[in-house]
Design a protein around this ligand. Structure first.
Ligand code: BTN
Length: 259
């Protein structure tokens, strides 16, 4: 397939949203959409502004890792000005929206690995990075960054081949990024409006997680925990049952699922 042309106009035109993606900034190549979004948010960009990149040269992952976005994949950041009480839900919202958009656009059945990796089978297809600027009880801005391996040939990237997959590798054909992006922005708005209407999305997020019941290793900062992931709480943290019977609550970390 010829590489699909993306543009701000193409993306916005196909949307049925009222604010998410009504303003899109498209960069054929950029360091990181997080950086552009941050500058935009500081200048008061309208809520729902989306920064989309054709490729990223300095993509950022969680825990100071790099994130690969060669051409053909999806990298975008969305600007929100939420209430502080929404911040936990925003994490759940992004992964749920990704799951639904991948399902609608491709028929694949993704799942969520706590806190917010999206997997197909046991391999990661999407990563989510949220950067907040909070002072006391005021959120100056919150940026949700989403990277989806859309048309990534894992055979070309042996360093992540055992842990990552892509929509195109799963389907055996290239996919339309535009189609996935439109579904994604629509889903994000739907969930955000639900949240604003006082609905909870915790139950749906919890039910989509692969993690509960699994034997896991969790790295949180310098500490590594092992045990059975027992549950996830409403505030988004993970309860881990150690082999000595102890229960540890982990707010943020990186999970490896064990056999
Ligand atoms: C992770 O799983 O570690 C999170 C990866 C987040 C990647 C996305 S791609 C769009 C946005 N821009 C970045 O530099 N990172 C996020």
């Amino acid at each position: 397939m010829m590489e699909e042309v993306l543009s701000a106009d193409f993306i916005t035109r196909g949307l049925k949203t009222s604010f998410i993606g009504q303003r899109v900034l498209y960069y054929p190549s950029v360091d990181s959409t997080m950086e552009v979004a941050r500058q935009e948010a500081r200048q008061g960009a309208v809520e729902g502004t989306v920064i989309v990149a054709g490729e990223q040269t300095g993509g950022r992952g969680r825990l100071k890792r790099a994130w690969l976005t060669p051409a053909g994949n999806i990298a975008l950041s969305i600007i929100f000005y939420p209430k502080v009480s929404y911040l936990t839900s925003l994490i759940m919202l992004a992964s749920l929206a990704v799951v639904h958009s991948i399902e609608s656009a491709t028929g694949l059945k993704p799942q969520i690995k706590w806190p917010n990796d999206v997997l197909i089978g046991d391999k990661k297809v999407c990563g989510i990075l949220i950067e907040n600027d909070v002072q006391g009880n005021v959120v100056n801005y919150s940026i949700t960054g989403i990277g989806i391996n859309a048309n990534l040939r894992l055979a070309d990237f042996p360093e992540i081949q055992t842990t990552a997959t892509s929509l195109s590798d799963e389907l055996g054909r290239e996919i339309s990024r535009l189609n996935v992006i439109r579904h994604l922005l629509g889903e994000i708005e739907r969930y955000y409006l639900a949240l604003s209407a006082g609905e909870s999305i915790y139950e749906e997020w919890r039910d989509r997680l692969v993690t509960p019941g699994k034997r896991v290793r969790v790295t949180a900062g310098e500490t590594t925990y092992e045990g059975i992931a027992e549950s996830v709480t409403r505030d988004g943290s993970l309860s881990l049952r150690g082999s000595d019977g102890s229960l540890t609550r982990i707010v943020a970390g990186d999970v490896t699922l064990r056999e």
